[in-house]
Write a protein that binds this ligand. Structure first.
Ligand code: COA
Length: 348
């Protein structure tokens, strides 16, 4: 007789949303504030992106600090601090080594749980959800804390107006628990993808093994200090973001068996309101079904989808029973989508 598989997932077992919590640092930086230090204007930023302000962490505050604050709220929202895995999606870890997740878990009192970081830039949260759902489906975990947290203010080049005006800091977290695929809150599948041939579109060129190794070669030129900062080719990123998020969203809708017109809320990665509207147009969804909070928080990368969810729940827009589609695009390049029927939870 064959031995049973250790991690066989019982039929119908799914990851179910049990809690949601978010945190943004208190310091608000308006478009007007930025126009005092760089050649930009409130009018340009608002009309090209939809952003009017963002939150930036004060010096001394790191991604892990925001992650702990959001994580605490998500655990409270779930009504239990029992989790056996912490997945932290971030582009701005506290250190290049080790991962930020173990320290965040420890500070949350989750001693000895499995904990790791995910690096998928602005797609990090949907990659994190898929990773956590996989662990639950495989029977590796019963309850998972998934956090998206960023302090982009630490990697923005103050001399680069094309990136500095776009990004904000913040964190959002959810608790996923093992449950049944037919319950409200069950993640109904995942569509994930990447195209690494486009890696230069969104990049921090320095600080990794490629530049360090090149710099160690005899006669190598000094690295450019600007290489320590985030850089982005806005126009092609815009184009790819629309195409990939629309295709990935459609793939997810097909998987869920949902016609586009049946979706109550499209919660896309909050990069640019024009991107969100273009994706809605391609899907054949009314634009007013698009959740938008980037006007107040900017692009918070891996934190953007949970921050948008929380904002829409707090505003009474997303309510229990609503069909919610989430989709993201980010550096790598990467993209991904998932969907769920909104459950009756207390979001914080
Ligand atoms: N303030 C004022 N002018 C600015 C500016 C700023 N902050 N940033 C750029 N400009 C200028 C440019 O220099 C350019 O001037 P020029 O015509 O004299 O050369 C002009 O505005 C247009 O720049 P362009 O880059 O063509 O603008 P755009 O319409 O493509 O908008 C982005 C730029 C970045 C807002 C847009 O491309 C975008 O949103 N891309 C996707 C970014 C994103 O969401 N990334 C994350 C996805 S994961």
């Amino acid at each position: 007789m064959e031995a049973p598989l250790t991690h066989a997932s019982p039929p119908g077992r799914a990851a179910v949303l049990a809690g949601l919590g978010t945190y943004v640092p208190p310091r608000v930086v308006t478009n007007e504030d930025l126009s005092l230090t760089m050649d930009t204007s409130d009018e340009w930023i608002r009309t090209r992106t939809g952003i009017t302000q963002r939150h930036w962490a004060d010096p001394g505050t790191a991604t892990g600090d925001l992650a702990v604050a959001a994580g605490e709220r998500a655990l409270k929202s779930a009504g239990s601090d029992a989790v056996d895995l912490v997945v932290l999606a971030t582009t701005t870890p506290d250190h290049p080594c080790p991962a930020t997740a173990p320290e965040v878990a420890s500070r949350l009192g989750l001693q000895n749980v499995a904990a790791y970081d995910i690096a998928a830039v602005c797609s990090g949260f949907v990659y994190g959800l898929a990773s956590a759902a996989g662990a639950i489906a495989a029977g590796i975990a019963e309850r998972v804390l998934v956090i998206g947290a960023e302090t982009y203010s630490t990697i923005l080049n103050p001399d680069d107006r094309t990136t500095s005006v776009i990004f904000g800091d913040g964190a959002g977290a959810v608790v996923l628990r093992a449950g049944d695929a037919t319950e409200p809150g069950a993640l109904l599948g995942h569509d994930l993808g990447s195209d690494g041939s486009l890696k230069d579109l969104i990049i921090v060129p320095g600080g990794g093994s490629r530049q360090r190794s090149a710099a160690a070669a005899p006669g190598a030129p000094e690295p450019d200090p600007a290489d320590a900062y985030f850089s982005m080719q806005g126009k092609p990123v815009f184009r790819h973001a629309v195409t990939r998020m629309a295709a990935s969203s459609q793939a997810m809708l097909d998987r869920a068996g949902w016609p586009a017109e049946s979706v109550d809320w499209f919660v896309g990665h909050q990069a640019n309101v024009r991107i969100l509207h273009a994706v809605a147009d391609q899907l054949g969804m009314p634009r007013d079904r698009t959740v938008v909070n980037l006007d107040r928080v900017g692009n918070t990368s891996a934190a953007s989808i949970p921050l948008a969810l929380s904002d829409a729940v707090a505003a009474g827009r997303i309510t229990p029973g609503d069909r919610v589609l989430m989709s993201a695009f980010g550096g790598g390049v990467t993209w991904g989508s998932t969907a769920l029927v909104w459950p009756d939870i207390d979001a914080n």
